[in-house]
Design a protein around this ligand. Structure first.
Ligand SMILES: Cc1cc2nc3c(=O)[nH]c(=O)nc-3n(C[C@H](O)[C@H](O)[C@H](O)COP(=O)(O)OP(=O)(O)OC[C@H]3O[C@@H](n4cnc5c(N)ncnc54)[C@H](O)[C@@H]3O)c2cc1C
Length: 439
């Protein structure tokens, strides 16, 4: 068994921020990641709609961290945490391995939740991993190759949070520009009373009006009650059910904690919420353990949003406690920098912090692109993505579709958690409880 000072689990926003911060003090760190990549989830919808190439948003984590010599990267799927012995068990291509830690930081993210209908996973397209985005991209291409009246051209997008809005807006734009006015039918279904319900007011109203102008049929106060081949059944607030044609269903309605949250809860005695997220302490430690931190989407601290700035700031906070920059037990304070969502070209919305004026339209669109370009890993990726945005949004090209046309063997370094765990021979990890019921 190897020993290391800090073990970080996860190479997403939280894990990467923690590893970079630890490296500032040259603390010996081992980062274990199921898929070996740093996935920039906010641009997944652009991979699915051919705007950018998948490789640009998922660089190998070892490459991202190559200059941090105190950080070692392992591709492995963590299967057990022994908090008493301070030992992690993980599966790799070479078999089961163990590693000891002085401190543990867990940032394993979230998984899709289907509100008690796990069978819907088979009938819908998700947007959580790179493989999800590529599968949806294949379907979008199939839909546009089909005849105008084919049911594949009937898109139903479930959930009008930022992801649902972005997918609906981008499919409408794809049909209008790249496909030269191809006929598509897009229904965006939302259980709450408005699109982007966490924004509300002017921003939700602008988003709805923009989507409707683009031809998206927005169904709010509406719940999905059944998903069958070629059709989705929805129920509105009056209780009336009806069937909507649906050859392509995109699920963006709910998340639950990664199964690792359940393992960690068992190992530390930490409570979880209804979505299986760890109810961590205010210094981000877990249960009664001062040496185990959890953060990001797999946790719930005062209902902070499941967004990348929360995970990144928490990653840095945990690392700062470990490297002694902050005292043990220091409470985490979230610096809210606002939220934003893309609709289509050139429309986005920004909800800034501190009662600053809310932004809509072109200014927000430029702001969205600038912020997401800034946070994308790697200067080379930024340059290529900027070039692809110009081609897609100023011109009518979809450079990302070229990747779909190439026959590429799956890259071992770019895999989903599910694929990684399957490859590594790990199955049957416990499922977390569901989020809130759809109907
Ligand atoms: C489609 C989409 C769009 C989004 N858009 C935005 C946006 O515009 N703005 C925004 O702020 N946020 C956005 N988010 C949310 C944001 O991506 C998350 O809040 C953020 O990724 C959370 O970071 P994390 O570190 O907690 O988890 P993640 O970034 O999900 O990382 C989890 C990591 O854990 C690894 N892992 C999981 N299980 C194991 C295991 N058993 N063993 C080893 N490794 C494991 C995974 O491989 C992964 O590397 C979006 C999310 C999605 C899905």
């Amino acid at each position: 068994m190897r020993n290391t000072h800090v073990v970080v689990i996860g190479s997403g926003f939280g894990g990467l921020a923690a590893a970079k911060q630890l490296a500032k003090s040259n603390i010996e760190t081992t980062l274990i990641s199921a898929n070996g990549e740093h996935l920039f989830q906010p641009l997944l919808y652009q991979v699915a709609t051919g705007v950018v190439d998948g490789a640009r948003i998922a660089p190998p984590i070892a490459e991202v961290l190559r200059r941090r010599r105190s950080v070692d990267v392992i591709t492995g799927y963590v299967t057990a945490v022994d908090a008493d012995r301070k030992v992690i068990t993980y599966a790799t291509d070479d078999g089961i391995e163990q590693i000891g830690y002085t401190y543990l930081i867990v940032a394993a993210g979230a998984a899709q939740a289907y509100f008690g209908h796990d069978e819907w996973a088979e009938r819908t397209f998700a947007l959580k991993t790179l493989d999800d985005a590529k599968a949806l991209r294949e379907q979008v291409l199939r839909a546009f190759e089909a005849t105008a009246d084919d049911v594949l051209r009937d898109f139903v997008i479930v959930g009008a949070g930022a992801t649902g809005v972005e997918v609906a807006g981008q499919i409408a734009e794809l049909a209008r520009t790249h496909q030269g006015g191809a006929e598509v039918r897009i229904n965006l279904v939302e259980g709450a009373g408005d699109v982007l319900p966490v924004y509300g007011g002017k921003l939700s109203a602008f988003t709805r009006a923009t989507l409707e102008k683009a031809g998206v049929n927005v169904l709010t106060d509406t719940f999905v009650t059944a998903i069958d081949d070629g059709a989705v059944t929805v129920k509105d607030e009056t209780g009336v059910e009806r069937t909507v044609p649906a050859g392509t269903v995109v699920w963006s309605a709910g998340v639950k904690a990664n199964p690792l949250a359940g393992l960690l809860a068992e190992a530390t005695g930490c409570e979880t919420d209804r979505a299986g997220r760890l109810l961590i302490n205010r210094d981000l430690t877990v249960g009664g353990r001062a040496d185990v931190f959890a953060l990001g989407d797999m946790t719930n601290l005062n209902n902070l949003p499941g967004q990348s700035p929360v995970a990144m700031q928490q990653g840095r906070h945990a690392a700062d406690i470990i490297r002694g920059v902050k005292g043990p037990g220091t409470h985490f304070r979230y610096l809210d920098k606002g939220s934003m969502a893309m609709i289509d070209t050139p429309n986005a919305v920004i909800d800034p912090p501190m009662n600053l004026p809310k932004l809509t339209g072109f200014i927000a669109w430029v702001g969205w692109l600038a912020v997401h370009l800034y946070y994308l890993a790697g200067m080379g990726n930024r340059i290529v993505v900027l070039r692809d945005w110009l081609r897609a949004f100023v011109g009518n090209a979809r450079p990302g579709f070229a990747e779909a046309e190439r026959t590429v063997e799956p890259d071992d370094a770019v895999r989903t958690d599910e694929a990684a765990s399957a490859d590594l021979g790990v199955a049957g990890l416990p499922d977390g409880p569901r989020n809130v019921p759809v109907a």
